[in-house]
Every structure is written in structure tokens, then in C-alpha cells.
Ligand binder design. Structure first.
Ligand code: IVH
Length: 692
């Protein structure tokens, strides 16, 4: 992720107003990017501690310059806004976060504040419900007359994503609850995956060539936030419940009593929950849980303290986005000192060069660690990590350990020189201006990438060649039978006869499967090329927009010039941003990639034009439409999907090529552009009438 330009080396107290303004802007962007990586992509690129440091710095600058607080400041948000694709669910009662305590004094302060706020006498005890803080993904499930009606993720706290069908696949969460149940109640809790299930699932994913998750939390989040609940159903998800949102008919008087109700209604509750009535008792529980932590079957990242009495909770209320009556006491990450023996550069499918630290094995909180991630070139430079150094490493909730800092440089050591050549194939390795990753430009000629890309090329969503699993691809590659995609279509029976595990029949089947794919649709073909950031959805958009392989190729080649119409055309496609455009153009700029296309054609491959469904009855077929302003009858994504289904192209900006602009309330610059260019503008209502 882009480390946006900031003045982070300057102490907050020394920042000028101009510097502060620029840094707040940069921080807002950076934190938002990390929020998306964490909450929507389930693939964080920095540690929680680094993220916290950014948020803290932002808060410190805002405190010194209150007039500079931005509308999009991270201090005003909880997590990321709901992702496109899911229906949005506004929370009747917001889903808030918790304040943090790190040191013992923070806990004493927390209880003292409560005492002062409630004006309690010295001998009055403050009972606390104490329970583990589960490192998962929070959800809220609404029950009306005992029936589960809707379930949502937290989203930004105010609006979440509709995951009802997905939640229903989790056996531990009941569809119906009976007994003494409130008429309406939103049950809140955490979806998680056990450490064991996580490891087993990753293994299965690796064999099937699926996504590998960094830790149980990301695996749980990625599994729960699937548009297809059938996929969620196959994932080993579990849940703990611990709170409520909206409720009609609340009868319990304490948090503890509520937990007993949850249990009686059939919800999973954590059996370590207990009630303490002094700071000393609370801290003892913290120590106990901390030492049991490594042995628990699931990840926790702290312990939560909640005032037990509800009448007190009510009086205490909330400060900004967290309750005054609860806090999370975080565990410090487990750290250890060791020696960095080597820095290895690994090359992934998309050619990303990833530095990995090889360490003298060391025990960190019960786990032997010999490897740690170093993220990227900037990270190594920032921490000045050198081979031979004595380093501090840490293992947080996540399973991938990190190098926190250098304790001592090795004598005579030199700063690490990040390679400018791919260690696997020797091709140039480059960094784009605003990117942190260095990529090998070898593409399909780089063995590290070639096998992975071949595997992708034949995968189910791409060429879908049956009988060509990962092992076969690897064997064919190392025996030089298949080095690039075109070689698949040149495979001869003679070459395969006599190979171990290949009988006459299986060879015939494989060759027949390959022959069947000599003609392929444009959409699958684009996806199969494995261009970075071009997944199925993007491939479909491109196929839909350009129609034929020839016009797509021409468009991509011509788009090299950012002033060209071809570039404007590419970036005007809704959902294709500058980063994807750069990757597409970059792909075609490489001769060896163009050679792959030529070789495929020579090998007899036919790529069929994108067939638009019969749209003769659709009034917007072939038209380019732009949506702007607020839509009232349907969601933005729904409207786009519908327009695409009706054969229209959906663009993100207005140009001469636009046929129709659908403008809702609050439409701004796009509406002005349309008026200036004389493009037809209709209201949402008129549009709905038009499409019937
Ligand atoms: S109580 C109004 N209890 O931690 C407070 N939260 O950092 C509601 N979490 O958003 C939260 N375990 O996703 C509570 N035992 C627990 C929890 C817990 C995990 C999560 C939850 C919350 C986040 C706050």
C-alpha cells in the first residue's frame, strides 16, 4: 500500500499549520486505504500496531489543530464503509467500538472515571463482567417474534452489509429462539474460526489453488463476506454472542443475567465470562487469560470489562464512538530478540517480490519462530534492517511474525540493497511511482510466475481444463512439456505416453479437454491471462465494453498514451480506476506478454466475441449510461447491474460518448458536464419508466 507522503518524522508540537494540513490529508487517505484492505479485502498490509500509530498521530495533530479536522478524518469513522455487492442494512442502534486500556493504570483510570461519574461512595463496589475479546468479525442478528429476520456486519458502525443468508449457514446461531424472548431483539457477537480449523482450511485452499488467508480473523471475515452463501456454508465458521442492539421487552438487570439468557435461548457464549468486583480481581483475570492465551483454541486480542449493572450502564452512556461503561484491555504482542540470518526474496504469481527474514529460531510466547515478514523495500529501509542484525520480533494475534525493530546492527553491516532484478528469472524488477511493491517484469517467462499463471490459466473460471491439477502443471513445466499457455494446445499424445500416472485413457481425456477449449469466450480469455487486479468481474466489464479480442487489444495498446482517447475510454469504464488501467496497459507494454497472445493464436486458439444477449427489446441496449446523485428506488450497484443486464455500458464519467445521464438529487459536476455536452438527462423515475 502507498505510504502517502507525510511529515511523520516531525514531532506534532513542531508542525506548522501548512504541514499539519497536508499530513491530515495524507493520513485520511492512508488510513482509508488500510481500512479497505482490512475490512473489505480481508488482507491487511500493515500490523495493528502500525495502524494504531497512524490513527494516534492523526488524533494528536487534530488535537493541536482542531480547525483542521477533516470531514473524512479517520477519527470520525469506525472501520470501512459497507462494500459494494451486499445490500446495506442500517443499524437501528449503532454498532460501536471499545476504548482501549494497555497498562494497569489505564484500568485503574477506567474504574476511577466510572466511580467519579456515578459519584459512588468508597465502599460501593463496581461489579465488572469480564470476558475474552474475540479476534473475529462482529455481526448483529435481528430476531422478531423469535425468528431471525436479518443479519448484518458492522460496516462503518451505522450501516452494515446484509449477510443474513451467510449467518444462517452457521449452525451455532439459531434461526428460531423460544422461551422468554423479547418481541424484537438484535443479538450481537463475533464470528470466528478456530486456529485448528483455520490451518486445515488453508491447507485445503492451497491444494485447490484457492485464496490463502493470513490469520483466522481474516479467514473468518473473508468467509463470512461471500456474496455466495454456499461458499460460506463450506467454511468452518463459529460464533460467540455477548451483546444486544435494539430490543423491545428488555427484562434483565445485569450483563451477567443477559449472558444467562443468551445461553437459555441457545446462543453460544464464552465460558470464560465471569464477574469481578475489584480492580485487583479484574487484573488477576487478565493475567490468567494472558497466560492461557496461546493454548486457547481461538485467537483473542484482549479482555473486555463491562460494568455489570444495566442501570449504571445507562447513566454512564457513551463518549463519541465507545461506551463509558466498557473497555478493552489489550494484550501486548509477544516479543523476542533474535538474529536475522538472511533476507530471502520470494516471487509470487503476480511477480511481487516479497522480502522474508530468516531468523535464528526463537521461542515467542510458546511458538518457535524462524521466519518473519519484512513487507517491502520501504519497510526494510525505514527500520534499516540489515543481514546479521540483532532484531526484536513479535507475534501478535496474527500468525505471521514481524520484525519490530533493530536492536543492534551487526558490525561492518551495510544497508540492505533491495534487488533490481528478479532473483528467479533475472528480469528487471520495477516499482511503479506510487506503489510499495517491486514486481518482476518477466511475466510468463519467469518460472516463479509461470507455473502459478499456468495453473490460473487452466483453472475452472478460466480455461477450465479438466485433468490438469497443480501437480501436473508443475511436472509438465519442469519437464519442459508446457512452458507457456500456447504449449498446452501443442501437446502431443506421443510426448505423454509412458509418463507415470498417465494411462491411454487419461491422456485421451486430457487432450480432448484441451481441444474443447480451442474456442473460448472473450471474458474467460481476459481473466485467464492473469493480469494483476483483473479478476472475473473486471474481465467481464472489459469483454462487455470492447466486444472483441482485437478491439480490446487495440484499445489497451493505444491507451499507453494518457492523453489518448483510448486511455480516456478505458478509465471511463465504471469500476476501472487508474491502478487497474496501469496494470492493463503495463501488461500490453511487455513484449513477452504480446508474444503469448500471438503464440496462442498461432496454436489455433479462437477467442469468440462477447455475445450480448438478445437485447432488441431493450431501450438502452448498446447505450452508454452514467448514474449520478442519489438514487431513491434502488441501490447504486443494483442500478448498474440492471443496466448492464439490459445491454447498456455503464460509465463513471460523462463524455461525448455518453448517451444518457440518470441524475438523482444532489447530482453535481456530472450533471453540469452533461448539460455542457448536450447529453440527454433524465430523473430516476423517468429512467425506470423508460426501461419498463
Ligand atoms: S462488547 C458497545 N465484547 O471488539 C460495545 N466486543 O474493539 C460492544 N469484541 O466491535 C462490544 N469480543 O467486534 C464486546 N466480548 C466482547 C468482544 C467484543 C470481541 C469486538 C467487537 C467490538 C470490538 C471493539
Amino acid at each position: 500500500m502507498t505510504p502517502a507522503l507525510t511529515n511523520r518524522d516531525i514531532a506534532v508540537a513542531k508542525l506548522t499549520e501548512k504541514q499539519a494540513k497536508a499530513e491530515l490529508q495524507a493520513l485520511a487517505k492512508l488510513v482509508a486505504e488500510h481500512d479497505v484492505a482490512y475490512h473489505q479485502d480481508d488482507a491487511p498490509t500493515i500490523s495493528d500496531a502500525e495502524y494504531d500509530a497512524l490513527v494516534k498521530r492523526n488524533a494528536a495533530i487534530e488535537k493541536r489543530f482542531p480547525d483542521l479536522v477533516r470531514a473524512d478524518s479517520p477519527s470520525k469513522r469506525v472501520g470501512a464503509a459497507a462494500a459494494g455487492g451486499f445490500k446495506k442494512v442500517p443499524h437501528a442502534v449503532p454498532m460501536l467500538s471499545l476504548g482501549n486500556a494497555f497498562a494497569e493504570e489505564d484500568v485503574t483510570d477506567f474504574v476511577d472515571r466510572i466511580r467519579r461519574f456515578l459519584d459512588l461512595s468508597e465502599d460501593e463496589k463496581v461489579e465488572m463482567l469480564v470476558e475474552p475479546k474475540i479476534d473475529g468479525l462482529s455481526f448483529s442478528a435481528r430476531y422478531e417474534r423469535g425468528r431471525l429476520v436479518v443479519a448484518a456486519t458492522r460496516g462503518d458502525g451505522a450501516v452494515g452489509e446484509d449477510i443474513t443468508a451467510n449467518i444462517k449457514t452457521i449452525k451455532e446461531i439459531p434461526d428460531f429462539i423460544m422461551g422468554d424472548v423479547p418481541k424484537v431483539i438484535e443479538i450481537r457477537g463475533e464470528v470466528y474460526m478456530t486456529k485448528q480449523d483455520f490451518a486445515a482450511m488453508n491447507e485445503r485452499q492451497a491444494i485447490a489453488g484457492g485464496k490463502i488467508f493470513a490469520n483466522p480473523r481474516n479467514a473468518a471475515a473473508g468467509s463470512l463476506r461471500q456474496l455466495d452463501p454456499k461458499i460460506t456454508a463450506q467454511r468452518p465458521l463459529r460464533a460467540f454472542t455477548y451483546a444486544w442492539g435494539a430490543v423491545e421487552g428488555l427484562t434483565w438487570k445485569t450483563q451477567w443475567e443477559f449472558i444467562q439468557n443468551l445461553k437459555a435461548w441457545g446462543f453460544p457464549v464464552n465460558k470464560r465470562a465471569t464477574v469481578c468486583n475489584s480492580v485487583a480481581a479484574v487484573l488477576k483475570e487478565y493475567e490468567k487469560l494472558g497466560s492461557d492465551r496461546a493454548g486457547l483454541p481461538y485467537d483473542i486480542d484482549g479482555i473486555v470489562y463491562k460494568v455489570n449493572r444495566l442501570d449504571w450502564q445507562k447513566r454512564l452512556g457513551f463518549v463519541s464512538r465507545a461506551p463509558r461503561w466498557a473497555t478493552a484491555h489489550k494484550f501486548s504482542a509477544e516479543q523476542a530478540e533474535t538474529q536475522l540470518e538472511n533476507i530471502e526474496i520470494q516471487v509470487g504469481r503476480t511477480g511481487a517480490l516479497t522480502p522474508v527474514a530468516h531468523l535464528k529460531p526463537v521461542n515467542v510466547g510458546g511458538v518457535m519462530v524462524s521466519r518473519a515478514t519484512l513487507h517491502n523495500e520501504d519497510e526494510i529501509a525505514r527500520k534499516d534492517i540489515r543481514v546479521g542484525d540483532t532484531v526484536i520480533i513479535q507475534r501478535a494475534g496474527d500468525v505471521i511474525p514481524q520484525v519490530v525493530e533493530v536492536k543492534k546492527h551487526a558490525s561492518g553491516s551495510k544497508p540492505f540493497a533491495f534487488p533490481r532484478k528478479c532473483p528467479v528469472c533475472g528480469s528487471l524488477a520495477v516499482r511503479e511511482d506510487d506503489q510499495a511493491v517491486t514486481r518482476c517484469t518477466g511475466g510468463l517467462v519467469c518460472p516463479a510466475q509461470a507455473v502459478e499463471r499456468l495453473r490460473h490459466f487452466v483453472s475452472r473460471e478460466a480455461f477450465d481444463i479438466e485433468g490438469l491439477g497443480e501437480k501436473n502443471i508443475e511436472a509438465f513445466f519442469s519437464d519442459e512439456l508446457v512452458q507457456s499457455p500456447a504449449d498446452l494446445f501443442k501437446l502431443k499424445k506421443e510426448k505423454l505416453v509412458g509418463r507415470e500416472g498417465w494411462g491411454d485413457k487419461s491422456i485421451d481425456n486430457l487432450l480432448a479437454a484441451i481441444a474443447r477449449r480451442k474456442t473460448i469466450g472473450l471474458e474467460r480469455f481476459i481473466y485467464a491471462l492473469g493480469i494483476p487486479q483483473v479478476g472475473q468481474a473486471t474481465a467481464r466489464l472489459l469483454a462487455h465494453h470492447y466486444g472483441s479480442l482485437e478491439s480490446w487489444e487495440q484499445g489497451m495498446t493505444a491507451a499507453k498514451n494518457e492523453e489518448s482517447d483510448a486511455f480516456r475510454e478505458l478509465t471511463s469504464i465504471e469500476q476501472i480506476g487508474p491502478a487497474v488501467a496501469t496494470d492493463l496497459i503495463g501488461f500490453f507494454a511487455e513484449k513477452h506478454n504480446r508474444d503469448v497472445l500471438t503464440a496462442l493464436r498461432k496454436a489455433g486458439l479462437t477467442v469468440e466475441d462477447f455475445v450480448r444477449p438478445d437485447m432488441s427489446g431493450s431501450p438502452i441496449a448498446g447505450k452508454t449510461v452514467v448514474f449520478t446523485g442519489t438514487l431513491e428506488k434502488m441501490g447504486r450497484n443494483e442500478a448498474k447491474a440492471q443496466a448492464l443486464a439490459l445491454g447498456a455500458k455503464v460509465a463513471g464519467s460523462v463524455s461525448k460518448k455518453t448517451d444518457l445521464v440518470i441524475a438523482g438529487p444532489g447530482a453535481g459536476s456530472k450533471l453540469k458536464d452533461a448539460e455542457a455536452l448536450g447529453v440527454k438527462v433524465v430523473t430516476e423515475e423517468e429512467y425506470l419508466k423508460l426501461i419498463g
